[in-house]
Write a protein that binds this ligand. Structure first.
Ligand code: HPA
Length: 246
């Protein structure tokens, strides 16, 4: 039984720390997950890894089959998910290449298959989503960051946009007025689907750039790649410490 899963986002297509990796294909009633699941060990703990955008990275955020991914993880017996995600920083602490463990979400996405409870079985189910992220997993991620002396923001509101384009400066300004600290494109419906299936879920956000309009000029892919290179190295250290203590 694999209890812990790590979902890797942009900049984390493979988990090189996984020892003895085996590949598993899972078929779901919702279609194909993003990729085969890679199951292996980190420090003798079994971990299942999924590349959210596929491996190689080919699936844009709005085309990810979030339902298949989460359903398949449940089928594999996963109880805890750490979702690694590249994001843009909005508020001052969310400096490029730094890490954050968000505690809230605002969903700006549309037209995504976002629920398992679509009424087709003749029942209506509303889940509680007051606290989207698992507090225990968040606390353990924060402790792991402290043990490695990694600078992180221990809270933050994650605004999830539709993508794949980045936002306009006015959209980021509106998101900041709404209370968003960081912006990404994959946090939803991933978090709520996990909650629907009663899987604990926490996010490890890696700042790839300042959100649109936060600094002068345009956002370039080169800048994103450079920041992710540094940020993901720190995320990998944090994950090692987290899994060691798991
Ligand atoms: N906006 C949305 N998603 C992102 C960004 C951004 O600026 N950077 C990385 N993912």
């Amino acid at each position: 039984m694999t209890k812990l899963a790590i979902i890797g986002g942009t900049g984390l297509t493979q988990l090189t720390a996984l020892k003895n990796p085996r590949h598993e294909t899972v078929y779901t009633p919702y279609g194909n997950p993003s990729a085969d699941f890679v199951i292996g060990e980190i420090q003798d703990k079994t971990v299942v890894f999924l590349a959210r955008h596929g491996n190689p990275h080919t699936i844009p955020p709005h085309k990810i089959n979030y339902r298949a991914n989460i359903w398949a993880l449940k089928k594999l017996g996963v109880q805890d998910i750490i979702a690694v995600a590249a994001v843009g920083g909005i508020t001052p602490k969310m400096v490029p290449a730094s890490l954050a463990i968000p505690d809230q979400i605002i969903d700006y996405t549309y037209s995504r298959e976002h629920t398992f409870f679509d009424g087709k079985d003749g029942s209506v189910t509303h889940i509680d989503f007051s606290y989207p992220y698992c507090q225990k997993l968040r606390a353990n991620l924060i402790t792991a960051a402290a043990s490695e002396n990694l600078p992180i923001s221990p809270i933050g509101t994650y605004g999830c946009t539709q993508g794949p384009r980045l936002e306009s400066a006015a959209e980021i300004a509106r998101m900041e007025r709404d209370g968003c600290d960081l912006v990404g494109m994959t946090g939803m419906p991933e978090a709520s689907l996990a909650k629907e299936l009663d899987i604990n879920y926490a996010a490890l956000a890696v700042m790839a750039n300042w959100g649109a309009g936060k600094i002068e000029g345009e956002i370039t892919m080169t800048e994103i790649e450079e920041n992710l290179h540094h940020g993901m190295a720190n995320a990998a250290k944090l994950l090692q410490a987290f899994v060691a203590a798991y």
